[in-house]
Write a protein that binds this ligand. Structure first.
Ligand SMILES: *Cc1c(COP(=O)(O)O)cnc(C)c1O
Length: 425
């Protein structure tokens, strides 16, 4: 059973909230670093191991810079994400551009930065050649279709819009080789939030076998294989975290069994993990503001699904704790909700929690929403003209810095020129 940890007690939170009012995200630098170092320790057996942090999980250059200092790169899929990587000090092949349905301007930008372009379809070979020109190194994304089972979030590979079919992929390497491309890589991403270690080992095995087939059929010897993202985190108390060492050992066994006899050692191994890097080390800190007892009992927070939409979007579970009340019995059953005019704006449904005091009754308890460090703030939106909260970083020395301010009404109106409204109609 996993423990849900939070690095601050109620007193420390009150002090932080005095300076930065709730709601806010807070990330734990020390915990992120310890996690990254464990991953590096387990995966350093592989040639040129690198994780390209999936920027979409937590697109904040302060966090990306901490990861870059540990040797991590960035996985980008849009022009602004490329800019974030650049601002974080990343250059060239430290950036993997795994995009899909990509406009010409973004390929041109990625090529200019010498990022590793990861093509999503056979037709994109010609598109890239015509628009940006072919770079020296190219990766392609494989979609195994019915050859591989997917999972709940990403769905079945044969229904997923991403990647090349098996046949087109082999043809793709031949075509690129013919066109003078010199260096090649292979990528796949077939699952999201998957906790099964055998599943990820199986994915690696599939790619290793494919790389041998590519070599035999086209003569292309890959430089590296990118195993993609999708390693899950234990959102629920009863779930177990992925053991990096067990995962790396399983991948190494497949490497030794498949790549070595085929003469494809050394082969670079890369990953593109986002969620597992920062997810458990970020929290959405809110305060309970209202309590409502109708057909169900509701606790309303000062955050809403504009700040964290995973529960509403996927029915995802996020653990909630009440600082200072960790030891109290879970005597109440609440729906924990936000203020959107949308009934699925619920952080928790029929959740057992200690009795919560709201700001309308007194000081107002904090409610901490766990495992919000990836695909959290980044997925937010402005529906109902809700303003998204800011982000704080708990530094290794215990200090707290703001790494993104909360949105203001001015931000909301920034894209709207209201000067013409007065004369309009
Ligand atoms: C989302 C995504 C990732 C990161 O996935 P996680 O589940 O956060 O590890 C990596 N690569 C691609 C192509 C993605 O779309």
């Amino acid at each position: 059973m996993s423990q849900k940890y939070f690095p601050l007690d109620k007193e420390a939170l009150e002090e932080i909230a005095g300076q930065f009012p709730t709601p806010f995200y807070i990330y734990d630098e020390q915990a992120i670093l310890e996690n990254v170092r464990q991953i590096k320790k387990a995966f350093s057996v592989f040639p040129s191991y690198k994780n390209y942090f999936a920027v979409k999980a937590l697109p904040n250059p302060y966090i990306m810079k901490i990861l870059a200092a540990e040797g991590f790169g960035a996985d980008c899929s849009s022009y602004p994400e490329l800019l974030l990587a650049e601002i974080s000090g990343l250059k060239g092949e430290d950036i993997m551009f795994t995009s899909n349905e990509t406009p010409a301007a973004e390929y041109i930008a990625a090529k200019k930065m010498n990022a590793v372009i990861n093509l999503d379809d056979y037709t994109h070979i010609e598109f890239l050649e015509k628009t940006a020109g072919l770079p020296e190194l190219i990766s392609m994304r494989y979609n195994p279709g019915p050859l591989k089972e997917g999972n709940a979030i990403i769905g079945k590979p044969e229904e997923a819009k991403y990647g090349f079919t098996h046949e087109r992929l082999i043809q793709g390497y031949s075509l690129l080789k013919q066109k003078g491309v010199k260096r090649f890589a292979l990528h796949t991403m077939v699952a999201s939030n998957e906790l099964s270690v055998p599943y990820h080992i199986e994915t690696a095995r599939m790619l290793f076998e494919l790389s041998v087939e590519i070599f035999n059929k086209t003569g292309v010897r890959l430089e590296f294989i990118n195993l993609g993202g999708g390693v899950g985190i234990p959102y629920r108390l009863e779930q177990e975290a992925v053991d990096y060492q067990v995962l790396a050992d399983g991948i190494q066994k497949a490497y030794n069994e498949i790549l070595k006899p085929a003469g494809l050692d050394p082969m670079g191994i890369r990953t593109e993990w986002g969620r597992v890097i920062t997810g458990p080390y970020g929290w959405l800190v809110t305060r309970a503001i209202h309590k409502k007892e109708i057909y169900r009992n509701y606790i309303a927070l000062d955050a809403c699904m504009a700040d964290l939409m995973r529960p509403a979007l996927y029915g995802a579970y996020h653990h909630i704790t009440i600082p200072g009340k960790e030891e109290l019995p879970l005597s109440e059953t609440y729906d924990v909700v936000g203020s959107l005019c949308e009934n699925n704006d619920k952080f928790a449904v029929q959740r057992n929690l200690p009795k919560i005091e709201t700001a309308s009754e007194g000081a107002g308890d904090f409610a901490v929403i766990h495992d919000a460090g990836a695909h959290g703030r980044a997925m937010g939106f402005n529906y109902n003209a809700k303003l998204r909260c800011g982000e704080l970083l708990l530094r290794q020395d215990g200090s707290v810095v703001q790494i993104r301010r909360a949105e203001t009404t001015e931000d909301y109106f920034a894209t709207l020129d209201v000067s013409g409204v007065g004369e309009f109609v």
